[in-house]
Design a protein around this ligand. Sequence first.
Ligand SMILES: [Zn+2]
Length: 182
Amino acid sequence: MAVLLTNGKHYIAHSSTGAVIKVSDRKDAQDFRTAERAVRQKQKAPGKCAGFYCMDTGMEETEPGARKAAAAKRKKFSAKDRLAVYRKTEGHCYLCGEFVDFDSFEVEYHMPISKGGTNGLDNLYCSCATCNAIKRDIYPKEFMEKISQIFLYQMQKKYGDSLDWKVAYRLLEAMLDRKREG
Ligand SMILES: [Zn+2]
């Protein structure tokens, strides 16, 4: 996870001499670590940072500009496109498995556009409205962690006193930790 300044195309970085520069490769971008520090950078170099907004790579964008920029890149899908996406999972939501009518399914970006995902068929999936609303534009991995966290928390609230549940809970938690490390 990193907090970057981007205009959707370039990133703010620091040169070896400490000067504020623009780079096009995300891996060269300066990680400001907190939104506060990123905003301070913008205030220090308003000219060079004009049009740049703060982006938390692990979460949703901290400024609305990023969402707008991503929305602009999203494609309007033709009926043919939609059918191709729908057929990939034969009408089942790729996140929860539920069957969705062709008229009501939503095209889900597996890797969000705001995180570098494309409009290509390999990045698009059939989703039910609920899952689409929950996932929004977070990373697939973080979505899985979030729903696992909700599940674990709700189960703990409900079955917290049961010994069996406590064992299962610890196992699941260990699994998640391993996934996070890997
Ligand atoms: Zn679903």
